[in-house]
Design a protein around this ligand. Structure first.
Ligand code: GCU
Length: 430
């Protein structure tokens, strides 16, 4: 997994983007709690007009208002489901010594085999029953999720060096056998199957390669924005989230999956993505943010660790152009990330932080969830049983809301999956 760093994150990510161009000095980051400025969060339970919500029946209208604001100012406008989706099962067979069925499905957006596609890898427990599922995008290709030799190598552009997992070199930006299973530890596929869960995953680069190409490749090419590109045109995080919804479209058709029990999960940039997908698409019964940080669960107004200036200069393609106006101007925000989390209410929501991941601001991730919890309470949907960030390795979990702060690095570990499966078991009544 990427190392958190005091320097511009592009150094850690091996990317020469934004802040590092032309010798620009890396932006400093604050890690001193005493230097967090005083701030007032926008109230989730008041309309933009200032009027307080009179009761739970007004929440859908407030949620729509928040989503419109986040689309316009941060993630960009998410296109509708395209009229044509075609699912091609390219391979299936027994896996994990017969304990699972592996399926590899290609989602096409045209009648002909052309244009962008999303290759979905699905492991279904061999129970004969529709299974609850975890769905998440992966960083480096489906073949990195498990050593299973039957997983097809991704055909899409990949980074020369994998961002997460075991270090591997992808010569010519093409995947090769060397990276098979490189990210297996972060996915725990056999463990999840042993817990009775299906695992569905796809490579984020199938949906949109993670570099700033002016939005000409991936699904941006399929659903182009008007020219000149408006300030609220969708960025890469939004494209990835849109892709998660298209995979959900598929999962609703697969008899091996219980579509009412699908958890969308993501780590880091893909945690930001899981949150945006979960906020916008109410089919996800549980939304899990693993170390999502700035632009994900963490409150931007705290300006702790990574800030809007860092993320928009290092990764200018992740958000819509309008978002850059808040770089160094957080005081102008009329929203913060607790509102994003609140849009998941009253569905399941779990936020996880890691002690060594100061770049992602664990306290800001916790506080964001705590403020979103006010909406759950308002909707009579329970609350988060903690007002302060808990000590390490002591998860706090209500029925719908959960949080943990584990020891260790910016990563997805077995510990995280154990918490997610336990939480999902309770939520799904298993
Ligand atoms: C960088 C970036 C983070 C992001 C992370 C990742 O560190 O600054 O915002 O979450 O990469 O995706 O691993």
């Amino acid at each position: 997994m990427l190392n958190s760093t005091d320097l511009a994150p592009a150094v850690a990510a091996g990317l020469a983007l934004g802040a590092l161009v032309a010798g620009a000095a890396p932006l400093p980051a604050n890690y001193d709690e005493d230097k967090v400025p005083a701030y007032t969060l926008p109230d989730a339970l008041r309309f933009a007009s200032g009027a307080a919500l009179s009761g739970p029946d007004q929440w859908p209208r407030r949620r729509a208002e928040i989503l419109a604001l986040l689309q316009d100012q941060m993630y960009g406008v998410m296109p509708e489901r395209p009229p044509l989706l075609r699912y091609e099962t390219r391979e299936s067979g027994p896996a994990f010594g017969g304990r699972a069925l592996r399926k590899q499905i290609r989602i096409w957006f045209a009648l002909q085999d052309q244009g962008p596609f999303i290759d979905v890898l699905l492991y279904l427990p061999s129970t004969g029953q529709p299974a609850p599922a975890f769905l998440g995008l992966n960083f480096n290709g489906n073949h990195t999720v498990h050593e299973d030799p039957a997983i097809r190598l991704t055909e899409s552009w990949v980074r020369e060096k994998n961002l997460t997992g075991r270090p591997v070199v992808n010569r010519g930006n093409r995947a090769n056998e060397e990276s098979r299973g490189a990210d297996a530890e972060a996915w725990q596929a056999e463990y999840l199957v042993s817990r009775g869960y299906a695992l569905a995953t796809a490579y984020c680069g199938d949906i949109d390669p993670d570099f700033d190409d002016g939005f000409t490749n991936g699904v941006h090419a399929l659903l182009p924005s008007p020219s000149p590109r408006p300030g609220n045109a969708w960025g890469t995080v939004c494209a990835w989230a849109w892709g998660l919804s298209r995979i959900m479209d598929y999962l609703q058709t697969d008899p091996g999956v219980n579509p009412r029990k699908v958890a969308v999960m993501g780590h880091s940039r893909l945690g930001k993505t899981a949150l945006w997908a979960g906020a916008t698409d109410e089919r996800f019964a549980l939304v899990i943010s693993n170390n999502s940080g700035c632009g994900g669960a963490a409150l931007s107004l705290r300006r702790y660790g990574e800030t809007i200036a860092h993320v928009t200069s290092s990764f200018p393609h992740w958000f819509c152009a309008n978002y850059t106006r808040y770089a160094g101007r957080e005081q102008d925000l009329t929203f913060d990330q607790h509102l994003l989390l609140a849009c998941v209410a009253p569905r399941g929501l779990y936020v996880a932080s890691a002690e060594e991941d100061r770049w992602a601001d664990p306290t800001g991730e916790f506080l964001s969830l705590r403020h979103a919890a006010a909406v759950y309470a308002f909707l009579d949907a329970g609350t988060l049983p903690a007002t302060e960030r808990p000590p390490v390795n002591q998860p706090v979990e209500g029925l719908l809301l959960g949080y943990h702060y584990r020891t260790g690095k910016h990563a997805v570990l077995r510990y995280d999956w154990e918490r997610y499966a336990d939480f999902a078991d309770r939520l799904f009544g298993r």
